[in-house]
Design a protein around this ligand. Structure first.
Ligand code: CS2
Length: 499
């Protein structure tokens, strides 16, 4: 066995000591120039967009290094900076494992220490793309009004900050940072750039455009006009399951590599990136890594959000209630496997895919990916932030075809409501993570018989609930059954057609 050196942080001078099976950057990492600023440099970015960029750098070089930005803490900076940005990407499916060192991320800035450097980086003349993975809630988007959530406390704070201290503001949100950076960019006459959203939202680029323009308009209508005429906001569909890295994954990897990598990410072999080709200031040839450029990403995005992410949320809530910590355990349970398949059958008629898209194949591939036991994707992680996810994952399908009953979708919604009770079917308690957690758990406590319409109202979907009274009543019925019989027995009964 190779010796482990816990103090031996992965760094450029140690690359030559790694086992020969580990793929290394083939370009000169020390000479890399920044072309992309990425906000939200978590595991997903490291496992997805940075991997595509690495493929471009390995194939033909170019000034497309990534400067990462962490808006929540300095944890990722602490992980990556001592390693000069290097980390291992591990792909696993079943027994197959491949390892690759990624060098595309040059450094990470974090708040509050690097506030001004972040704004400066967005304004820099060499920055051509600012990309984002900040999760759904990071957009501060008001879904009901299709606008910036102007009453969101962090937006109220940021509007104040950016107005009062135009040159050195200290924003809290990604949107505040972006607009502060763009204002400086315009003053410096550095030209436009592309703002590229890589989050699981319907029309993610259009949502980003809305919130950025709304924010900018508050400060200065001329800035908002400049943004409109100098920037592009392509929609993109990102797909790769990248669970949060665990301490035991790291320990095992470091044992094998003989170095101490604190920033490694572990993912599946599958990856997909479909992007609208609207880059007003140039872009890397991400197609070299397998990205696909299209005119309109909407059909692919709906398939991905409703089939993959919608199934994921269904698996997460019913899995949590049933006491399954991992996605592959839920899918190995025959009742839930059939439920997910039936869920997908409810979704498919709502999709309008191009003729060459093989939907049955896509469904089969998803079930195989969910069953990947090497991934250890936690149901608790996917269950986070449900209030931000359920509309685009479940409810838009239900609205797409009014007369149908959508039983499995009703069960999914009942599962979410059941999950908000914070009690598993076996009586165990757990905590939940959601920006609306306090209000949602209170609603479920106060309306134990029929919480669904109140829950939907609480997250701004009262009009939606009013349009589908029968669906809401069915979800309430399933919610009551989950409490008395448990989630698995309820799922069985729904599948058997008894309910
Ligand atoms: C998951 C996604 O956490 C979640 O909500 O559904 O992160 C999912 O793993 C990715 O979108 C896969 O591409």
């Amino acid at each position: 066995m190779r010796p482990t050196h816990p103090a031996n942080r992965l760094r450029p001078s140690l690359l030559s000591t790694l086992p020969t099976t580990v793929a290394l950057p083939t370009y000169d990492h020390a000479q890399l120039k920044t072309g992309i600023v990425h906000l939200g440099v978590g595991a997903f970015h490291r496992g997805h967009q940075a991997w595509y960029t690495e493929a471009v750098l390995n194939a033909k070089g170019g000034a497309w290094g990534i400067l990462g930005v962490s808006l929540r803490s300095d944890q990722v900076q602490q992980q990556l900076r001592p390693q000069s940005g290097l980390y291992t990407l591990v792909q696993r499916h079943g027994a197959s494992v491949t390892r690759q060192i990624i060098g595309a991320i040059q450094d990470v800035l974090s708040v509050p220490a690097d506030n001004d450097l972040i704004i400066e980086a967005i304004a820099a003349t060499d920055t051509h793309i600012v990309s984002l993975t900040i999760t759904e809630k990071g957009y501060c988007y008001d879904q009901a009004n299709h606008s910036l959530a102007e009453n969101h406390p962090d937006i109220v704070f940021d509007l104040q900050q950016v107005t009062d201290e135009p040159l050195t503001p200290r924003p809290r949100t990604a949107i505040g940072f972006i607009v502060a950076g763009l204002r400086r960019r315009r003053l410096a006459a550095h030209g436009g750039l592309t703002l590229l959203s890589c989050d699981n939202l319907p029309g993610n680029g259009s949502i980003l455009k809305t919130v950025v323009l709304d924010f900018a308009r508050h400060l200065d209508p001329e800035l908002s006009h400049w943004i409109l005429t100098h920037l592009s906001f392509p929609n993109s569909v990102v797909d790769r399951m990248v669970p949060a890295t665990t301490a035991s994954d790291l320990a095992e990897l470091n044992q094998d590599l003989g170095v101490n990598d604190q920033a490694a990410v572990f993912t599946e072999t599958f990856s997909q990136w479909i992007i609208e080709d609207q880059f007003c200031a140039g872009r890397p040839e991400w197609e070299l890594g397998g990205a696909v450029f299209v005119d309109n990403a909407t059909p692919f995005e709906q398939a991905k959000l409703r089939l993959l992410n919608g199934s994921h949320s269904l698996i997460a809530y019913l899995g949590q209630l049933s006491g399954y910590p991992y996605v592959h355990q839920v899918i190995n349970d025959e009742v839930f496997a059939e439920l997910v398949d039936r869920y997908m059958s409810e979704v498919c008629p709502s999709l309008q895919m191009p003729a060459e898209f093989n939907l049955p194949n896509y469904r089969r591939q998803l079930l195989d990916r969910f069953a990947n036991s090497a991934l250890n994707h936690r149901t608790a992680q996917i269950a986070e932030d449900g209030s931000q996810k359920i509309r685009q994952r479940w409810l838009e399908t239900v609205l797409a075809d009014n007369p149908k009953d959508f039983k499995i979708h009703a069960l999914a919604l009942a599962g979410w409501a059941g999950f908000l009770r914070q009690v598993r079917d076996d009586g165990e308690h757990y905590d939940i993570i959601d920006p609306a957690a306090d209000g949602l758990t209170e609603v479920v406590r106060d309306h134990q018989d029929a919480p669904i319409s109140k829950l939907l109202s609480h997250i701004g979907l009262n009009e939606w609930a009013a349009q589908r009274p029968n669906f809401v009543a069915l979800a309430d019925q399933y919610f009551r059954l989950i409490q008395t019989q448990g989630s698995r027995a309820t799922a069985s009964a729904v599948l058997a057609g008894d309910l």
